[in-house]
Design a protein around this ligand. Structure first.
Ligand code: NAD
Length: 332
């Protein structure tokens, strides 16, 4: 995309063509759990829109997919407000872009000296609310501000504790996913039954969790890894890595593969290690998440309407064999 040779009007026209396409793909992905294009194709179109809007800020519209967390709330579910929004993540696709992110962050916040590297689990975000240590509500991310009530469904997931090791009030966030074995078996069974198969474990997990009948969810063998909380008031942790250890103590399932890094070399070594091991993991990952380790700095750095500014996702190259180069036929 040669931004230097575009006029603002041309950029606006291109952006206006991309937005409905992205919204349509988002609807298929988030609401129907049945994407019609590979993620890489969506990502490519999305990034073109980001580039256009970054270069020509005046063309941004408030309803642009770049300005809100993807996903809507299915009207069949009870709505759950998220007073502390559930955000998405900014992403980068190369070592250079990652380098740029880290350099810029440390320039703006020189106190950022430590990062926590985590696997980016390919599932869907959930939020679990506990009162006095008892599970009282489970919800999906939805549009980030309003999610869907899936309390009965999350109660069927073995890795989610009904009661914590301490009687605290807390809202814990993380990823619900379907392991590779469970995914293959589910698709095999669906094929035998003549039903549509799921495109990938992420969509299988979403389709299994967003069910009005919790018995369906119970039969689908979902798993979870928790990695975040809505607020830290009742916790002792002061770092992201400490938070993960504390969540484990409270009874949650936490992915053990996280690692603290101090330099870009250490971050890159982590990325290389898990990119190479990706196929051997029993669950899908689509990248690595690099987070500012200090929780106080996370709060200070803050977030945009859509993503935290203290973290970034490094997305792995697509596994799909064929990716179309251009997602949209330009009309200009
Ligand atoms: P995302 O999946 O790229 O990243 C944000 C999410 O990562 C978080 O909300 C969280 O659920 C998850 N995550 C996993 N591990 C995490 C960890 N350790 N720490 C923090 N978060 C972690 O963003 P998104 O907004 O959920 O979805 C956008 C992506 O969905 C696109 O990049 C695209 O690949 C895909 N998508 C595809 C289509 C399609 O048609 N194929 C349509 C829409 C979106």
């Amino acid at each position: 995309l040669d931004l230097n040779h575009l006029t603002e009007a041309e950029a606006a026209q291109r952006a206006a063509a991309l937005r409905p396409q992205l919204l349509q793909w988002g609807k298929e992905y988030y609401e129907n759990d049945q994407p019609s294009v590979p993620d890489a194709e969506y990502d490519q179109a999305y990034n073109q829109l980001v580039q256009l809007e970054t270069y020509f800020p005046a063309i941004v519209t408030p309803d642009s997919p770049t300005q809100r967390v993807g996903g809507q709330v299915d009207s069949e579910f009870t709505k759950v407000p998220h007073p502390i929004p559930m955000l998405s993540l900014g992403d980068v696709f190369s070592a250079d872009e990652l380098n740029e992110f880290v350099v810029r962050l440390q320039k703006d916040y020189p106190a950022v000296q430590e990062f926590n590297c985590e696997l980016k689990i390919d599932g869907l975000s959930i939020s679990l609310r506990y009162e006095q240590g008892r599970l009282v509500q489970g919800s999906t991310r939805g549009n980030g501000v309003i999610g869907e009530d899936i309390t009965a469904n999350v109660k069927t997931i073995a890795s989610i504790p009904q009661r914590l090791s301490r009687p605290i009030d807390i809202e814990v966030r993380g990823e619900c996913y379907m392991g590779k074995d469970a995914f293959l078996k589910l698709n095999e069974r669906r094929e035998l039954e003549g039903k549509a198969t799921f495109a990938n474990p992420r969509n299988a997990a979403a389709g299994s969790l967003r069910q009005l009948d919790p018995k369906v969810t119970a039969a689908r063998h979902l798993s979870t890894f928790m990695y975040n909380v809505a607020d830290y008031d009742d916790l002792e942790a002061t770092t992201q890595s400490g938070l993960l250890a504390e969540l484990k103590e409270l009874g949650f399932s936490v992915d053990p593969d996280y690692q603290v890094a101090h330099t870009l070399d250490e971050i890159n070594a982590y990325i290389e290690k898990y990119q190479a091991q990706r196929d051997q993991l029993s669950y899908g990952i689509d990248g690595i998440v690099i987070k500012t380790n200090s929780l106080a700095l996370q709060t200070e750095i803050g977030h945009t309407v859509k993503v935290p500014k203290w973290a970034i996702a490094y997305k792995f190259p697509p596994e799909e064999a064929h990716v179309k180069i251009d997602a949209i036929e330009w009309t200009i």
